[in-house]
Write a protein that binds this ligand. Structure first.
Ligand code: AMP
Ligand code: MG
Length: 354
């Protein structure tokens, strides 16, 4: 009798141990962190995912980003963009996703009065932003390049999935493609069963779910004036955080004047206004990317006006006078880093809000 009792006890102990081991293993697996780093779209990218069995879903997401790059890049010889830019007025048949992204870009163009403009490419080329051979063009050169731009030159035939560019126009998806790639990467991860991930495509950040322990992701916002430092932190889940700013790419001419890579389509000059950077927080990264570029072009006053009218997103504006403006939805989610705590965040409310 005695040893039977022991056996029962042992069985119970073994069962308990294996139950605990099973739980712990599962737990450990759901916490397991995998990361891939790579270079694409002219920038360093990182994909981090939790709870995957290995790196396979992350590599699938990386391949998807590279596929998006091959499709939309203006410099890749065989990209649809290169073919479209070389096609002349008859245009070409484009993949459905190409038509969809063009439509999304044009939607932001329309809503922002042309601040976001895919056809700005000839002007970017003139300033040397495509080759690194920078120059400040004269007024005639600028006028001629500007004459090639204008979103009305993009003609879509949705039924036949064709796009044509009129008047020697050329397009460049540089202001929206990274955002789209981030959305695609999260989609691939989701399909592979991942529910907790963060992708950072050179400052274009997109998050899937929360961290594995249920807490929010922290996304640091760079200080545009001291770019090796961060000035604030955003806490988010299931959101993209996309920043545009002149500090990201610029050149300084022989007179010491700074010219950045974001062009104001209204005059063909690199943007010079009261903004240092714009951060957009939005569910979808594609729109966030187009909006961050467009709001940077608009300047703080018009950006705030735009948000008040169309504000289904959150926004942070850093201004040249040291100001930090954030939309009300970020009140509990955005805070300044310790060494910036002397500054004040001005929270703006949309009309009609309490
Ligand atoms: P982002 O870093 O997302 O603001 O995008 C900047 C990139 O978008 C530039 O390097 C150009 O390729 C392109 N770009 C510049 N100005 C504009 C503009 N006004 N509208 C659309 N794309 C632009
Ligand atoms: Mg952008």
């Amino acid at each position: 009798m005695f040893h039977v009792k022991i056996k029962k006890k042992m069985i119970f102990v073994i069962a308990t141990v294996s139950l605990i081991t099973g739980c712990t293993l599962k737990n450990l697996q759901s916490q397991a962190k995998h990361q891939v780093d790579f270079f694409a779209m002219d920038t360093y990218m990182t994909i981090t995912a939790y709870g995957t069995d290995g790196k396979s879903p992350l590599n699938q997401a990386k391949n998807e980003i590279k596929r998006v790059e091959r499709e939309f890049s203006v410099t890749e010889e065989n990209s649809t963009t290169a073919k479209l830019n070389a096609a002349g007025e008859d245009g070409i048949e484009v993949p459905e996703e190409y038509m969809e992204l063009t439509k999304k870009a044009l939607d932001v163009t329309e809503k922002t009065g042309g601040a976001f403009d895919l056809t700005i490419y000839p002007v970017l080329k003139l300033w040397g932003f495509t080759t690194g051979e920078y120059l400040v063009p004269n007024k005639v050169e600028l006028r001629d390049a500007l004459a090639l731009t204008g979103f009305q030159k993009i003609q879509k035939d949705e039924e036949n999935c064709r796009i044509a560019l009129k008047g020697n126009a050329q397009v460049d998806f540089g202001g929206i493609a990274k955002g789209y790639a981030a959305d695609r990467a999260l989609e691939v991860l989701k399909k592979a069963g991942v529910s907790s991930a963060i992708v950072n495509l050179g400052g274009n950040v997109a998050t899937l779910g929360t961290k594995p322990d249920g807490s929010l992701w922290s996304v640091a916002i760079r200080d545009p004036q001291t770019t090796d430092q961060y000035m604030g932190v955003l806490r988010v889940k299931d959101r993209a955080v996309v920043t545009s700013g002149g500090y990201e790419r610029y050149f300084i001419d022989e007179n010491g004047e700074k010219w950045c890579h974001i062009i104001d389509p209204s005059d063909g000059y690199p943007v010079k206004n009261d903004l240092l950077s714009v951060t957009i927080v939005n569910r979808e990264s594609t729109t966030a990317d187009a909006l961050s570029t467009a709001m940077y072009v608009l300047g703080s006053e018009k950006a705030m006006e735009y948000w008040e009218k169309n504000g289904e997103f959150e926004m942070i504006l850093l201004t040249t006078d040291g100001g930090v403006i954030a939309t009300e939805g970020l009140k509990n989610l955005f805070s300044l880093m310790e060494n910036y705590e002397g500054r004040e965040i001005k929270f703006i409310q949309s009309e009609g809000a309490e």
